[in-house]
Design a protein around this ligand. Structure first.
Ligand code: SME
Length: 155
């Protein structure tokens, strides 16, 4: 595996490096931890990390940023809704998402992408920002592509 080069650009430069990282390592936790770190150190996100589906709950996985809620129920918060509905959710203003779970009072906007293996959601990628409307269709497209790479190597 080649060394991870910190990139100054955005997703187009980061994506092949993340792909190479994930393809070069078989351990799931190592890959989730490195993907969280790669994203978090490239962009000015508040919180970047994973929740894993375990016994019908989301349980906190590898992440970068402030301490977060350990468990989220199906259908609760942005994460639990993205899991239940198996779709990406972009929240431009967390105060306007009725069931948002405020792990940090600094979070103003959020995007959550489900990781699907076959038809089952096995985890979600959650990214939070201190800025309103920080995430758009472009973030959704690239973060979904990253989640697909992780899904292809899920074990
Ligand atoms: N805000 C999320 C909870 C997770 S933290 O933001 C890290 C939610 O509403 O599901």
């Amino acid at each position: 595996m080649s060394e991870f080069q910190q990139v100054s650009g955005g997703y187009p430069e980061l994506f092949p490096q993340i792909k190479a990282l994930v393809e070069g390592e078989t351990d799931l936790v190592a890959n989730l931890a490195n993907v969280a770190a790669a994203l978090h150190s490239t962009f000015p996100f508040l919180w970047t990390g994973f929740y894993l589906v375990k016994e019908n709950e989301l349980v906190l996985g590898p992440f970068q940023g402030p301490v977060a809620c350990s468990r989220i129920a199906l259908g609760h918060g942005v994460c639990g809704t993205a899991w239940k509905e198996a779709r990406t959710i972009v929240v431009p203003d967390v105060e306007k998402f009725p069931d948002h779970i405020a792990c940090s009072s600094l979070s103003r906007s959020e995007i959550v992408i489900p990781i699907k293996v076959g038809s089952a959601v096995v985890a979600v990628l959650d990214v939070d920002s201190e800025n309103l409307e920080a995430f758009n269709e472009n973030d959704a497209k690239w973060l979904e592509a990253i989640c697909e790479v992780l899904a292809e190597h899920w074990r």
